[in-house]
Unconditional design. Structure first.
Length: 197
Protein backbone atom coordinates (compact mmCIF):
# COMPACT_ATOMS: atom_id res chain seq x y z
CA UNK A 1 0.00 0.00 0.00
CA UNK A 2 1.32 3.43 -0.97
CA UNK A 3 1.10 6.04 1.77
CA UNK A 4 0.11 9.46 0.36
CA UNK A 5 2.64 12.26 0.77
CA UNK A 6 -0.11 14.56 2.02
CA UNK A 7 -3.62 14.26 3.44
CA UNK A 8 -4.94 17.79 3.06
CA UNK A 9 -4.65 20.38 0.29
CA UNK A 10 -5.22 24.11 0.71
CA UNK A 11 -5.07 26.99 -1.76
CA UNK A 12 -3.46 30.24 -0.57
CA UNK A 13 -3.34 33.48 -2.56
CA UNK A 14 -0.77 36.19 -1.83
CA UNK A 15 -1.99 39.67 -2.75
CA UNK A 16 -0.92 43.27 -2.21
CA UNK A 17 0.62 46.24 -3.99
CA UNK A 18 3.37 45.79 -6.54
CA UNK A 19 6.88 45.83 -5.07
CA UNK A 20 5.91 44.58 -1.59
CA UNK A 21 7.97 41.41 -1.93
CA UNK A 22 5.19 38.88 -2.50
CA UNK A 23 7.26 36.75 -4.88
CA UNK A 24 10.31 36.90 -2.62
CA UNK A 25 8.13 35.84 0.32
CA UNK A 26 6.80 32.92 -1.71
CA UNK A 27 10.26 31.83 -2.89
CA UNK A 28 11.74 32.15 0.61
CA UNK A 29 9.05 29.83 1.96
CA UNK A 30 8.89 27.28 -0.88
CA UNK A 31 12.52 27.20 -2.05
CA UNK A 32 14.41 28.95 0.77
CA UNK A 33 15.92 31.34 -1.79
CA UNK A 34 16.23 35.11 -2.05
CA UNK A 35 17.32 37.34 -4.93
CA UNK A 36 18.09 41.06 -4.88
CA UNK A 37 16.95 41.29 -8.51
CA UNK A 38 13.43 42.68 -8.80
CA UNK A 39 11.27 41.40 -11.62
CA UNK A 40 7.62 42.38 -11.41
CA UNK A 41 5.17 39.47 -11.54
CA UNK A 42 2.93 39.63 -14.57
CA UNK A 43 -0.29 37.73 -14.01
CA UNK A 44 0.07 34.95 -11.45
CA UNK A 45 2.91 32.69 -10.29
CA UNK A 46 2.22 29.35 -8.62
CA UNK A 47 4.23 27.13 -6.26
CA UNK A 48 3.46 24.16 -4.03
CA UNK A 49 5.01 23.02 -0.79
CA UNK A 50 4.15 20.08 1.43
CA UNK A 51 4.56 20.60 5.16
CA UNK A 52 3.65 18.57 8.22
CA UNK A 53 1.50 19.89 11.03
CA UNK A 54 0.83 17.61 13.99
CA UNK A 55 1.93 14.65 11.86
CA UNK A 56 -0.51 15.47 9.06
CA UNK A 57 0.85 16.14 5.58
CA UNK A 58 -0.52 19.38 4.14
CA UNK A 59 0.05 20.40 0.54
CA UNK A 60 -0.13 24.16 0.06
CA UNK A 61 -0.90 25.49 -3.42
CA UNK A 62 0.32 29.09 -3.22
CA UNK A 63 -0.62 31.69 -5.84
CA UNK A 64 1.37 34.92 -6.10
CA UNK A 65 -0.47 37.69 -7.94
CA UNK A 66 1.02 40.67 -9.69
CA UNK A 67 0.14 43.60 -7.46
CA UNK A 68 -0.47 46.31 -10.01
CA UNK A 69 -3.76 48.17 -10.17
CA UNK A 70 -4.87 46.43 -13.37
CA UNK A 71 -4.91 43.12 -11.47
CA UNK A 72 -7.47 44.63 -9.11
CA UNK A 73 -9.60 46.24 -11.82
CA UNK A 74 -9.79 43.15 -14.04
CA UNK A 75 -11.98 40.22 -13.13
CA UNK A 76 -9.54 38.27 -11.01
CA UNK A 77 -12.19 36.44 -9.01
CA UNK A 78 -10.63 33.19 -10.21
CA UNK A 79 -7.49 34.04 -8.21
CA UNK A 80 -9.62 33.84 -5.07
CA UNK A 81 -11.97 31.02 -6.10
CA UNK A 82 -11.48 28.00 -3.87
CA UNK A 83 -9.04 29.86 -1.62
CA UNK A 84 -8.64 28.55 1.89
CA UNK A 85 -6.51 31.55 2.87
CA UNK A 86 -5.36 34.93 1.60
CA UNK A 87 -2.15 36.67 2.66
CA UNK A 88 -2.27 40.44 2.17
CA UNK A 89 1.26 41.84 1.96
CA UNK A 90 2.40 45.41 2.43
CA UNK A 91 5.91 46.91 2.37
CA UNK A 92 7.09 48.20 5.78
CA UNK A 93 8.95 51.00 3.96
CA UNK A 94 5.92 52.13 1.93
CA UNK A 95 3.02 53.67 3.85
CA UNK A 96 0.74 53.72 0.79
CA UNK A 97 1.07 49.95 0.44
CA UNK A 98 -0.28 49.61 4.00
CA UNK A 99 -3.13 52.05 3.33
CA UNK A 100 -4.10 49.85 0.37
CA UNK A 101 -4.37 46.74 2.57
CA UNK A 102 -7.97 47.70 3.33
CA UNK A 103 -8.82 47.71 -0.39
CA UNK A 104 -7.11 44.35 -0.94
CA UNK A 105 -8.98 42.93 2.06
CA UNK A 106 -12.29 44.18 0.63
CA UNK A 107 -11.50 42.40 -2.64
CA UNK A 108 -10.59 39.21 -0.80
CA UNK A 109 -13.79 39.37 1.25
CA UNK A 110 -15.82 39.95 -1.91
CA UNK A 111 -14.39 36.99 -3.84
CA UNK A 112 -13.72 34.37 -1.15
CA UNK A 113 -15.93 32.19 1.00
CA UNK A 114 -16.77 33.40 4.49
CA UNK A 115 -14.57 30.63 5.92
CA UNK A 116 -11.46 31.85 4.05
CA UNK A 117 -8.74 32.82 6.53
CA UNK A 118 -6.97 36.14 5.94
CA UNK A 119 -3.77 37.52 7.41
CA UNK A 120 -1.66 40.63 6.96
CA UNK A 121 2.08 40.49 6.37
CA UNK A 122 4.36 43.50 6.70
CA UNK A 123 7.36 42.51 4.58
CA UNK A 124 10.88 44.01 4.45
CA UNK A 125 11.15 44.29 8.25
CA UNK A 126 14.94 43.99 7.85
CA UNK A 127 14.97 47.61 6.59
CA UNK A 128 14.42 48.94 10.12
CA UNK A 129 15.81 52.43 9.41
CA UNK A 130 13.40 52.85 6.49
CA UNK A 131 10.28 51.53 8.23
CA UNK A 132 7.51 54.14 7.95
CA UNK A 133 4.42 52.10 8.87
CA UNK A 134 3.19 52.53 12.45
CA UNK A 135 2.93 49.07 14.04
CA UNK A 136 0.22 50.30 16.39
CA UNK A 137 -1.98 51.13 13.39
CA UNK A 138 -1.33 47.73 11.84
CA UNK A 139 -2.14 45.92 15.09
CA UNK A 140 -5.32 47.99 15.54
CA UNK A 141 -6.41 47.24 11.97
CA UNK A 142 -5.69 43.51 12.37
CA UNK A 143 -7.59 43.41 15.67
CA UNK A 144 -10.56 45.29 14.16
CA UNK A 145 -10.70 42.82 11.26
CA UNK A 146 -9.98 39.84 13.55
CA UNK A 147 -7.05 38.64 11.45
CA UNK A 148 -3.46 37.76 12.28
CA UNK A 149 -0.52 40.02 11.52
CA UNK A 150 3.12 39.06 10.90
CA UNK A 151 6.16 41.22 10.29
CA UNK A 152 8.48 39.35 7.94
CA UNK A 153 11.69 39.65 6.00
CA UNK A 154 12.05 37.52 2.89
CA UNK A 155 15.69 38.63 2.85
CA UNK A 156 16.70 37.20 6.24
CA UNK A 157 13.78 34.72 6.62
CA UNK A 158 12.36 36.44 9.72
CA UNK A 159 8.89 35.01 10.49
CA UNK A 160 8.34 33.69 6.95
CA UNK A 161 8.07 30.04 7.89
CA UNK A 162 6.22 30.92 11.12
CA UNK A 163 3.58 32.80 9.12
CA UNK A 164 2.88 29.93 6.72
CA UNK A 165 3.02 27.25 9.44
CA UNK A 166 0.61 29.22 11.65
CA UNK A 167 -1.71 29.67 8.68
CA UNK A 168 -1.53 25.93 7.91
CA UNK A 169 -2.37 25.12 11.55
CA UNK A 170 -5.38 27.43 11.42
CA UNK A 171 -6.51 25.88 8.12
CA UNK A 172 -6.15 22.36 9.51
CA UNK A 173 -8.05 23.27 12.69
CA UNK A 174 -10.88 24.83 10.67
CA UNK A 175 -10.97 21.85 8.29
CA UNK A 176 -11.24 19.40 11.20
CA UNK A 177 -14.03 21.48 12.78
CA UNK A 178 -15.91 21.63 9.47
CA UNK A 179 -15.47 17.87 9.04
CA UNK A 180 -16.92 17.26 12.52
CA UNK A 181 -19.89 19.49 11.68
CA UNK A 182 -20.48 17.61 8.40
CA UNK A 183 -20.28 14.25 10.18
CA UNK A 184 -22.72 15.32 12.90
CA UNK A 185 -25.08 16.63 10.21
CA UNK A 186 -24.90 13.26 8.41
CA UNK A 187 -25.71 11.47 11.69
CA UNK A 188 -28.68 13.78 12.28
CA UNK A 189 -29.92 13.20 8.71
CA UNK A 190 -29.58 9.41 9.10
CA UNK A 191 -31.52 9.49 12.39
CA UNK A 192 -34.22 11.63 10.78
CA UNK A 193 -34.59 9.11 7.96
CA UNK A 194 -34.94 6.29 10.47
CA UNK A 195 -37.72 8.16 12.27
CA UNK A 196 -39.55 8.84 9.00
CA UNK A 197 -39.46 5.18 7.94
Amino acid sequence: MIVPEYEKTFKISIIGDSGCGKTRLLLRFTDDTYSENYISTIGVEFKTKTIYVDGIGIKLHIYDSGGCERIRTQNFGWLYRGCSAVIIVYDCTNEISFKNVDTWLCDANRYTAETCIKCIVGNKSDLEDENVVDLNLVNQFAAKENIKFYETSAKNSKNVEECFISLAKDLLKEDIQNEEIRESQINIDEKSQCLIN
